[in-house]
Design a protein around this ligand. Structure first.
Ligand SMILES: NC(=O)c1ccc[n+]([C@@H]2O[C@H](COP(=O)([O-])OP(=O)(O)OC[C@H]3O[C@@H](n4cnc5c(N)ncnc54)[C@H](OP(=O)(O)O)[C@@H]3O)[C@@H](O)[C@H]2O)c1
Length: 275
């Protein structure tokens, strides 16, 4: 299964998160991920690992190949000229000539600059530095503000989404506009979620781990998860998990785990800002 944006950009059903993958061990984990079959990497300027991602790409058997490389614009560089310089710096760090997908990391509405940043990224796309423009953590009001200003929605909205915080309305809102929803911290970094009876019983039925059931649930609801794993066996299991078939009752029961305080931390994009 794959997901396609309103501009015809087709994304795989799962990507590899890279937060905390840095240095030689990080590059090895990323190369291993690509060799295992990942075709989408998620990085960010603020993860300080674009160099590691570039190194992992070069160390992999396919090299740049067909891998979709993602990075993100930090809040402190949302002004027009700063945004364009930041994209250039990301390219230097990755040692690539083009980045496939560049996302605004947080809207930071208090700053009032995310529309300016979006316009700058459209310019970077025009000049070929990046191929696709997306955002993270955008609420409908932020999506409509960039659309009103430019006539265009971002192609991707990467949001916090997991069974405790299923974001059903945001998923529908994005999908109605041809925006692919990527899920960050899709496993909620493990913990109590993996002991939920509705998840462990599905895991038992299919003979897989709780993490794999959570990823199968993402695929079933049309969310593109980007789990981070440095562990080769988990990377492989996660890739395969999006092809598992849950019953509609299992999907509904996992979605029903949602709760208002389901976010990992208290990062509500209406007020939370990151620089
Ligand atoms: N846009 C944003 O604002 C934003 C915010 C946060 C994160 N992100 C992106 O989203 C990515 C994923 O989120 P995340 O790293 O916070 O959390 P996550 O992917 O939900 O969880 C990662 C943790 O789960 C473990 N894990 C992975 N696969 C597993 C499996 N099959 N079984 C058991 N444990 C497993 C990993 O351990 P091992 O590595 O030891 O295997 C790691 O400790 C990040 O890496 C980053 O690229 C974006």
């Amino acid at each position: 299964m794959s997901l396609t944006t309103h501009r015809g950009f087709t994304l795989p059903s799962i990507g590899l998160g890279t937060y905390k993958l840095r240095g030689a061990a990080g590059a090895e984990a990323i190369a291993n991920g690509i060799n295992s079959g990942y075709t989408l990497l998620d990085s960010a300027y603020n993860y300080e690992n674009e160099g590691t991602v570039g190194e992992g790409l070069r160390a992999s058997a396919s090299g740049r190949g067909n891998v979709i490389v993602t990075s993100k614009l930090p809040g402190r560089y949302q002004r027009h000229d700063d945004a364009l310089t930041c994209v250039q710096e990301s390219l230097y760090r990755l040692n690539l000539e083009n980045i496939d997908l560049y996302l605004i990391h947080w809207p930071n509405p208090g700053q009032g600059l995310y529309v300016e940043a979006f316009k700058a990224l459209l310019e970077a796309r025009e000049s070929g530095l990046i191929s696709h423009v997306g955002v993270c953590n955008f609420l409908p009001e932020h999506l409509e503000a960039v659309h009103d200003a430019t006539g265009e929605y971002p192609e991707v909205n990467q949001i916090e989404l997991n069974p405790y915080f299923p974001q059903t309305e945001a998923l529908a809102y994005n999908s109605e506009r041809g925006i692919v929803t990527q899920a960050w911290s899709p496993l909620r970094r493990g913990g109590e979620l993996f002991s939920e009876p509705v998840i462990t019983s599905a895991a038992e039925r299919l003979g897989v781990s709780a993490a794999e059931i959570v990823l199968a649930w993402h695929a079933a609801i049309g969310s593109l998860p980007i789990p981070k794993s440095a562990t080769p066996a988990r990377q492989l299991a996660n890739l395969a998990a999006v092809n598992l078939e849950l019953t509609s009752d299992e999907v509904a029961a996992i979605t029903a785990l949602g709760r208002p305080d389901g976010r990992l931390k208290d990062q509500d994009p209406a007020v939370y800002e990151e620089f």
